[in-house]
Design a protein around this ligand. Structure first.
Ligand SMILES: Nc1ncnc2c1ncn2[C@@H]1O[C@H](COP(=O)(O)OP(=O)(O)OP(=O)(O)O)[C@@H](O)[C@H]1O
Length: 254
């Protein structure tokens, strides 16, 4: 029982002893990117992972989303062990339980914005009516209604990022994983994306994201610092400083 009350909800996410070495071509080319990470995320938490370039942040997020496999360690989602699942089962999890916004996995280029948002709901088995309703609600919430028929290539960076978030949120996932959701956005677009994340956090969504953006980290409940593949700090934002001062307290790795 690990000291938890029998009726306490399981953590949304529990990772123990995660390691991942990227294999290089020649001798000495292996890169130990994640070197033993323990991480527990409770329902409704908003966790920001920060750290310098190369610290292993994206690799960790890929492990948590099942996009890469750990060399060792365990991952539990909602109390269920998932690290040893087959790829097809991970795909189902990503469709139904985990929303992912990664720079490398975004929108389908030959679908409209509306279809991009609706497709994961249809693939998860929702009726056309439910998928359409969710799509319309998210388009309106994200200020994208007048871009619904556009192709992703025609969107601005901020619009594209909001559309990617809508796509990740359409199945109302237990966990949202995002890699630099405000990276490379102008400050207005970044503010809009942060407002959206904050709104969904306030509605109870659990969020784990990687960021270099002090405002994003300052809006989280917890800021985890990663360095050389290890967690070096895990701080509650409320305990350390007013959110606006967080950049001066935490090394955001810029
Ligand atoms: N597919 C890969 N193959 C080989 N090495 C990799 C691969 N992906 C990442 N690495 C290496 O692993 C280390 C950690 O990379 P990772 O992208 O996880 O770090 P990061 O903290 O997200 O960095 P950044 O902030 O620059 O995105 C780096 O040294 C990187 O070069």
């Amino acid at each position: 029982m690990n000291g938890r009350e029998a009726d306490a909800p399981a953590p949304v996410l529990r990772a123990t002893g995660l390691t991942k070495t990227h294999r290089g071509a020649g001798p000495g080319a292996d890169v130990p990117a994640v070197r033993g990470v323990d991480l527990t995320v409770e329902p409704g938490e908003f966790v920001a992972i920060t750290g310098p370039s190369g610290a292993g942040k994206s690799t960790l997020l890929h492990l948590l989303g099942g996009l890469q496999r750990p060399d060792s360690g365990e991952i539990h989602l909602g109390g269920r062990r998932v690290d040893s699942l087959r790829e097809a089962d991970w795909a189902v999890l990503r469709r139904r339980r985990i929303g992912i916004v990664f720079q490398t996995r975004n929108l389908v280029s030959d679908l409209t914005v509306a279809d991009n948002i609706e497709l994961p709901a249809l693939l998860a088995g929702h009726s056309a009516r439910v998928a359409r309703e969710r799509r319309e609600r998210l388009l309106a919430e994200l200020g994208l209604t007048d871009r619904a028929a556009a192709s992703p290539a025609a969107l601005s960076g901020g619009e594209r990022q909001r559309a990617a978030l809508a796509r990740a949120l359409v199945n109302q996932p237990d966990l949202l994983l995002a890699d630099e959701p405000t990276g490379s956005l102008d400050s207005r677009s970044a503010r809009e994306v942060l407002a959206l994340l904050t709104r969904h956090h306030q509605k109870g969504r659990t969020i784990v994201l990687v960021t270099h953006d002090a405002r994003v980290a300052g809006s989280a409940d917890r800021v985890i610092s990663l360095f050389d593949g290890l967690i070096t700090d895990d701080a509650r934002v409320a305990d350390i400083a007013p959110a606006r001062d967080v950049a001066g307290v935490i090394d955001l790795g810029d």
